[in-house]
Design a protein around this ligand. Structure first.
Ligand code: PMP
Length: 392
């Protein structure tokens, strides 16, 4: 078999996905009119499959900040911060993130994916141990694998399974990191961080929480699930992304450990890639300001999320275990999920199709994500289109 032959199987999978008339992995948005409306195949389409939780992608102040940065600092940094220097705005954003998380340190990366690779590979090495939630994002898996540490998975959100693995550590506890997320992105369920923190303290290990989907969504100040559960002070490393609530691109790590300041000397995904462009940093800084100063965005988001969740539940759909801005609708099999996804798209509603093996328990879902920018009317239309699915 040649190197290229392996793509035959990929082609087969791709063709099967396109059998309904639209390959769900190849949707093209010809226009994006607002945070929640675009055009697909010539049709105005409600965007209910973004991670634009606070709806800030079209915020006038964010856009103005980005334009000003483009005009003042140019379109890109054209290099990495280690080799080519930082812009003052990179440092300012790091200070603002550290202030937001009330930590001495925060580091900015070019993507959320790079943040996870960068932090995990800097922290962990051969002989160290990671206890990783089995449903963790691919970037957490990849970072753990790249680090060379011994990786043991515990059952998703299962504190007993985690405790069992912690008990087996014995003398290795001082070289162990627990890795979880805040809110999980497929089902919208939250990690039991209060119980995980209790275990972390009892066994004397460290804890990293990826709040990619929970930043701006959970907690009194929008810091995430750890804040909502009152255990932010127990989290050693908070990682996250600018590509969801902050409506931009990039990633970060904030830590109460001073040593995080040294990660940049050893973290290859930080050192060997270009730094975020000035406009991206500028919109992110403005979005973070808004996240902090406009709690009403979170209230609007949650009101719409509660309404959509209870309406879909009332229609008899099987949903994820708790109300959240990510609402996963379970379908009995892959083909039904695929055809339902396409029917929604044709009726002007875009949601995400989640198929195995990328899903928990090998199930098939349509994943809706709610935005603070969705109007009541748009939420009503989404409910109406899901109602029509039930009768076809
Ligand atoms: N962590 C989690 C939990 C994610 O869901 C994602 C992206 N979906 C990432 C990290 C990576 O973030 P980014 O897309 O900004 O690289």
């Amino acid at each position: 078999m040649s190197l290229l032959d392996k793509f035959a199987a990929v082609k087969e999978t791709k063709n099967a996905l396109g059998c309904t008339g639209q390959d769900p992995t190849a949707v093209v948005f010809d226009t994006i009119d607002t945070a929640t409306l675009g055009t697909v195949n010539g049709r105005k389409t409600i965007l209910a499959g973004t991670n634009n939780y606070l709806g800030l992608t079209f915020d006038p102040a964010c856009i103005a900040a980005g334009v000003e940065a483009l005009e003042t600092f140019g379109s890109g940094t054209t290099g990495s911060r280690m080799a080519n220097g930082s812009y003052a705005a990179h440092i300012a954003l790091e200070r603002e993130l550290a202030d937001f998380y009330q930590c001495p340190n925060a580091g900015v990366f070019s993507t959320g994916y790079a943040a996870n690779l960068g932090v995990l590979t800097a922290l962990l090495g051969s002989g160290d141990v990671v206890l990783l939630d089995s449903d963790a994002h691919a970037s957490l898996y990849d970072g753990c694998r790249m680090s060379g540490a011994d990786v043991f998975r515990f059952k998703h959100n299962d504190v007993q399974s985690l405790e069992k693995r912690l008990k087996r550590l014995e003398t290795r506890a001082n070289r162990c990191l627990i890795v979880t997320e805040g809110m999980y992105s497929v089902l919208g369920d939250c990690a039991p961080l209060a119980e995980i923190s209790e275990l972390k303290q009892r066994f004397g290990v460290l804890l990293l929480v990826d709040e990619a989907h929970s930043l701006g969504v959970y907690g009194e100040h929008g810091r995430g699930v750890a804040e909502a559960q009152g255990v932010l002070d127990q989290v050693d490393f908070t990682v996250g992304t600018f590509s969801k609530s902050l409506g931009a691109m990039g990633g970060f790590c904030a830590s109460r450990h001073e040593v995080l300041g040294l990660f940049r000397y050893v973290s290859r995904p930080f050192i060997f890639t270009a730094s975020p462009s000035p406009s991206v940093i500028a919109t992110t800084r403005e979005a973070l300001r808004q996240l902090r100063s406009r709690p009403e965005l979170r209230n609007t988001l949650w009101a719409s999320a509660r309404r959509l969740y209870s309406s879909l539940q009332g229609l008899g759909y099987e949903l994820g275990p708790e109300v959240s801005p990510v609402i996963a609708v379970r379908f009995r099999d892959r083909d039904t999920a695929l055809s339902s996804w396409y029917q929604l798209l044709k009726s002007g509603v875009y949601v995400n199709l989640m198929l195995p093996p990328a899903t928990p328990g090998g199930a098939s879902f349509l994943r809706c994500s709610v935005s603070a920018a969705h109007t009541d009317e748009q939420i009503s239309t989404i409910i109406e289109k899901f109602t029509e699915l039930k009768v076809t």
